[in-house]
Design a protein around this ligand. Structure first.
Ligand SMILES: Nc1ncnc2c1ncn2[C@@H]1O[C@H](COP(=O)(O)OP(=O)(O)O)[C@@H](O)[C@H]1O
Ligand SMILES: [Mg+2]
Length: 257
């Protein structure tokens, strides 16, 4: 039995790619529990298994072995259609490359996941999309297409699109990977603000300076959890002009931006 406030309850997850002599053991027994309302970072070097774990947690792929309970429901072993239903209902995704539709307004991009809603609920999808864009501070950009928005604004549209279905969990895989330092901190500040409003956020990154914005960091190495600890999360000043500390430089990002 899993506790009612556990959003993720995963035990002994393994993932093996390939067969015979070319097997890759991408996950070698990962345990993870995430409570409702948590914000955590999954960190690890390239090849450590972050995306593999993210794909399993996000119901995009199945583990080779292990037990995965998402929001109280057993997920491992479900077929593709069942997995897709759970995914659409429970998960909001944010990707490194934003993945917005070109020549489509912010409003229409954000509305899109609601048009796939098969729950039979009667939704005012335009109103919900407008609300989501207001929440990420883009109430004045609803009619803009991605090409008319900055990288940070595009990622905020993507975050609004992830929020609009009111998912149990937001999964963000390297969400600041395409952004400069200042914009990265703004996006992390937005995740912190949403988390303070109760949204559960899982952030995947290979950057310690990005993970530092999460109050809990789990570290993967070669498909195993080597560390899972609470931190004093780095705070932002960007969305809080009335107080807080100045924006700290993100050292390792400065080199690449
Ligand atoms: N589809 C796949 N087929 C075979 N090997 C894969 C596949 N996806 C990932 N891998 C391997 O699994 C390991 C973990 O990869 P990945 O989860 O992408 O790590 P990360 O996201 O931390 O960089 C790596 O050795 C990678 O080469
Ligand atoms: Mg990856």
């Amino acid at each position: 039995m899993s506790e009612p406030d556990l959003v993720i309850d995963a035990k002994e997850l393994t993932k093996v790619y390939g067969t015979g002599g070319s097997e890759v053991h991408a996950l070698r027994g990962v345990d993870l529990d995430v409570r409702r309302g948590e914000m955590m970072a999954i960190m690890g070097a390239s090849g450590s298994g972050k995306s593999t774990l993210m794909n399993i947690l996000g119901c995009l792929d199945q583990p080779t072995d292990g037990v995965y309970v998402l929001n109280g429901a057993r997920v491992d072993g479900l077929d593709r259609d069942q997995l897709a239903d759970i995914r659409n209902r429970e998960i909001g995704f944010v990707f490194q490359g934003f993945n917005l539709l070109a020549r489509t307004t912010a409003l229409d991009n954000v509305e899109l996941p609601l048009l796939y809603d098969r729950s039979g609920r009667k939704l005012d999808s335009k109103a919900l999309a407008r609300d989501a864009l207001e929440r990420v501070g883009l109430g004045d950009r609803m009619d803009h297409q991605p090409s008319e928005l900055s990288g940070g604004q595009q990622q905020r549209v993507a975050i609004a699109r992830a929020l609009v279905t009111n998912p149990t969990l937001i999964l963000a895989d390297e969400p600041t990977g395409n952004l400069d330092t200042h914009t990265s901190v703004e996006v992390l500040a937005l995740f912190q603000e949403l988390n303070a409003q109760g949204v559960t956020v899982l952030l995947v990154t290979h950057e310690p300076d990005i993970a530092a914005y999460a109050p809990r960091i789990m570290e993967l190495r070669d498909g195993l959890v080597v560390r899972d600890h609470a931190t004093v999360a780095r705070q932002h000043a960007v969305l809080d002009p009335g107080g807080g500390e100045p924006v700290e430089p993100v050292e390792s990002l400065k080199a690449t931006s």
